[in-house]
Design a protein around this ligand. Structure first.
Ligand SMILES: Cc1cc2nc3c(=O)[nH]c(=O)nc-3n(C[C@H](O)[C@H](O)[C@H](O)COP(=O)(O)OP(=O)(O)OC[C@H]3O[C@@H](n4cnc5c(N)ncnc54)[C@H](O)[C@@H]3O)c2cc1C
Length: 459
């Protein structure tokens, strides 16, 4: 593959923001681009929480990479998982979905593999507490959140009912805060009039974090405002709390004074911590690159690995000047890598070092309330929410998805209607209940199982 012709070969690992924006820059360059991703779609992760809470369908936040690249005459898409590289032979090694090996020669390599959920050394928590990084996660969370209300409705034992109506979230960063607010809105608005045996608004949402306050990276002022808004929404905030154990029926949490408290919860969601994917370690081993504590690859200010000017690392998996893992960094680094390759191929002087332009950050709290931080400008409340709306519409990939999101947001924001609440209770071809708790990674591929759900009932 890719051995013909005189054009330089650029292999891009990952079709997220960094990889896609690099491919876009190279669209008209005299190079041959191969974009490899283990998933067939480009995902807009910032709106995953809306997919999991029934506002947006998965199709509105993900676009097939083939569709996005269809007008790139110099680009090919490959569905495969990159496992390593051979720097001497300049080959990328990958595995097809059914397991056999592929190889791709490269003259330039752009590593844009993002990050994955980290359970801080407790991977066993994953089976009880799904993370929030992929479409699979969002759909598992949708099943668990809406399924929990159904389980509560038919529970005879008041303790079991109360457990199903308790949702615990670990991590009070933007994702945890957004998800916590959404679950309270689902309970108090969307489902309010739909149940006859429970009051959905009784649902408790517990938010745990080891730090001082929610949304700490937004600074003390916005963080305090976010905490007040969460209070008003009815989210119970447990700061300075370290989760020590999670199981089928709840979690244990250690407070600052060392006391460990058990909380019964039918749904536990993990929104804390990220780590580089395994391919980062393989690339670091092959190139001698250093990795930071989260496993991200450390690069120079031209986004390349020291002594490997042909290998760029961009986006979340890149470790450079403590830049945050946000879309803007990924897009700008992807564009930079693409521009630099274009420059070199054209025989021009090397481009300037990578400089990140911080365009700020935003987090959604609830309908009509958000926080936005742009340099010294700090906004909260309705104005921030309008800015949030504008930012997300502009950054969503594809016109169809932008229009689709607007059409879905209208009933959700104006009438509390969430149209995307569909979830499966059994997988096609498998006899398995929604409420069997399985690790997200195996949830959709597990063989037939008839285990009991967290309630102890047959599923
Ligand atoms: C729930 C959530 C909410 C967020 N909210 C915001 C927000 O509000 N604002 C903001 O700026 N940022 C937000 N972010 C962060 C933002 O989404 C990331 O910074 C951005 O997606 C990083 O882009 P990337 O291209 O580096 O990685 P990604 O977008 O993660 O893309 C990486 C790609 O690489 C592929 N890949 C990984 N390993 C391999 C392999 N071995 N072989 C082949 N392919 C591979 C993956 O399938 C994926 O498609 C959020 C993230 C999450 C999870």
């Amino acid at each position: 593959m890719n051995e013909q012709g005189s054009q330089r070969r650029v292999v891009i690992v990952g079709g997220g923001f960094a990889g896609l924006f690099a491919a876009r820059v190279l669209r008209r360059a005299p190079v041959r681009v191969t974009l490899i991703d283990r998933r067939p779609h480009h995902l807009f992760q910032p709106l995953l929480y809306q997919c999991s809470t029934g506002i947006l369908s998965e199709g509105k936040i993900a676009v097939p990479l083939r569709d996005l690249l269809r007008k790139h005459k110099n680009a090919d898409f490959v569905l495969a998982e990159v496992t390593g590289i051979d720097t001497d032979g300049r080959r990328v090694l990958a595995t097809r979905p059914l397991g056999d090996q592929l190889e791709f020669g490269y003259d330039y390599l752009i590593v844009a593999a993002g990050v994955q959920q980290s359970y801080f050394g407790h991977d066993e928590f994953a089976q009880w507490a799904p993370g929030m990084k992929t479409i699979e996660h969002a759909l598992v969370i949708r099943r668990r959140v809406f399924g929990a209300f159904e389980m509560a409705d038919t529970a005879v034992d008041p303790a079991e009912r109360s457990r199903w109506l308790t949702f615990a979230l670990v991590g009070a960063g933007p994702t945890g805060v957004e998800l916590a607010g959404q679950i309270r809105e689902v309970a108090t608005k969307t489902l309010r009039a739909e149940y006859r045996h429970i009051k959905p608004e009784d649902a408790r949402v517990l938010l745990f974090d080891g730090g001082d306050a929610p949304l700490a990276p937004f600074g003390p002022e916005l963080s305090a405002k976010a905490a007040r808004t969460l209070d008003k929404l009815g989210v119970e905030q447990h700061m300075h709390s370290i989760v020590t154990d999670i199981d089928a029926t709840g979690l244990s949490v250690r407070a600052q004074d060392g006391t460990v408290t058990r909380h019964e919860a039918g749904t536990v969601l993990w929104t804390a911590g990220v780590a580089a994917p395994p391919v980062a370690a393989a690339i670091a081993a092959a190139t001698g690159a250093k990795q930071d504590r989260a496993g991200r690859i450390m690069v120079g200010d031209d986004c390349t690995i020291p002594d490997h000017p042909e290998i760029f690392v961009t986006g979340d998996v890149m470790s450079l000047n403590k830049l945050p893992g946000v879309c803007e960094v990924a897009m700008q680094a992807g564009i930079y890598a693409g521009e630099r390759i274009k420059h070199e191929v054209a025989g021009k002087m090397p481009a300037k070092p990578f400089r990140y332009r911080d365009l700020g950050s935003a987090a959604y709290l609830s309908r009509g309330r958000a926080v936005v931080s742009v340099g010294r400008v700090h906004l909260s409340g309705f104005l921030a929410w309008v800015v949030w709306l504008f930012i997300h519409i502009s950054f969503l990939t594809g016109l169809r998805n932008r229009l689709g999101a607007l059409v879905s947001w209208w009933p959700a924001f104006v009438r509390d209607v969430r149209r995307e609440r569909t979830y499966t209770t059994e997988q096609v071809g498998l006899v398995r209940s929604t409420y069997d708790v399985l690790p997200p990674s195996t949830a959709d591929t597990a063989p037939s199982a008839t285990g009991t759900g967290p309630s102890g009932r047959a599923g």
